[in-house]
Design a protein around this ligand. Structure first.
Ligand code: SF4
Length: 296
């Protein structure tokens, strides 16, 4: 592994699998660091991203206050949701109107209120005796040369075990990267100071907003799955390291592999400067000719 900027996160891995060129621009250069998700795309895609970001930020802020024994009222929750939406709209220069923002505010507040009532999190809000901590997603942990971004949202100690809890504000397809990320949370925890270093001390629970409710899933933790997740991560990092070498050899990025399908290019922030801006197949054809693989 290279000592420079090696990191693993689900976002980075998914982008790498989707399009090495897009990954190279976002993460693969020498001084690049993990970035926010692209903010272009369809209106529903933008709204969905906005909802996830504003919802997550409000939730983390609320947890911070709860940790300090300050409970939020519903009115205050709504005000903070609105503030986070406005902040996201401004930061990402999104065009949206007040009716849309009001609708989003209602939806996010509803999800957050329902979250307090889940079996998993209710004990925290009702102050039942639990040791717990919360974390921001962007806090990585260093394992050797690698920065691992697989942070649980909340960690709760109960009945002699630590529960690593991950929230998903929108369901989305059940991709292998999700399972991998869940299992890598155990590695994250085993390297986090103050937490035990044995996988047997952990259980994993996920809460996903699906079909108008929070759905809890229990993810089994065993030695083989934990070990396999680490091996898969190492494989991903090796592939990314190889891609970094390709970037060094061709800083124009012209020879890098493009997206798999036209669908992968939808919503891509880097399209205006990409050879695929006029069509992916045409761009791939152009690459084949340049590389001398075209057979006439
Ligand atoms: S437009 Fe398509 S091929 Fe080009 S960087 Fe984006 S995802 Fe990759």
């Amino acid at each position: 592994m290279s000592a420079i900027n090696d990191h693993w996160s689900k976002t980075s891995f998914e982008l790498f699998s989707k399009c090495p060129r897009a990954w190279a621009i976002a993460y693969g250069r020498r001084n690049s660091s993990p970035k926010l998700l692209p903010t272009k795309g369809s209106t529903s895609h933008l709204r969905s991203n906005l909802m996830v970001r504003a919802g997550r930020r409000t939730f983390i802020e609320e947890l911070g206050d709860l940790f300090n024994n300050k409970k939020w009222s519903l009115n205050y929750l709504k005000r903070r949701v609105k503030a986070h939406i406005d902040d996201q709209v401004w930061t990402h220069r999104l065009r949206t109107d007040s009716i849309v923002i009001e609708g989003l505010c209602t939806q996010i507040s509803h999800r957050l209120m329902r979250l307090r009532q889940t079996d998993l999190l209710k004990p925290i809000w009702t102050r039942q005796p639990r040791r717990w901590a919360y974390f921001e997603r962007f806090t990585s942990i260093q394992i050797g040369n690698l920065a691992l971004f697989a942070t649980p949202d909340i960690v709760v100690h109960h009945q002699h075990k630590w529960t690593l809890i991950r929230l998903r504000f929108q369901s989305g397809p059940s991709l292998p990267s999700r399972e991998l990320e869940d299992m890598l949370m155990v590695h994250w925890a085993m390297h986090k100071s103050g937490l035990p270093d044995r996988y047997e001390d952990y259980r994993i629970r996920t809460l996903t907003w699906r079909g108008g409710q929070w759905v809890q899933e229990n993810v089994e933790v065993d030695a083989q799955r934990v070990r396999l997740a680490w091996m898969m991560l190492q494989h991903d990092v090796q592939e990314m390291t190889w891609m970094k070498r390709c970037i060094s050899a061709d800083p124009t990025l012209e020879s890098l592999p493009l997206a798999r399908t036209e669908n992968d290019c939808r919503g891509c922030n880097y399209k205006p400067t990409c050879p695929a801006s006029n069509g992916l197949e045409q761009a791939k054809y152009g690459q084949r000719i340049k590389q001398g693989f075209h057979q006439s």
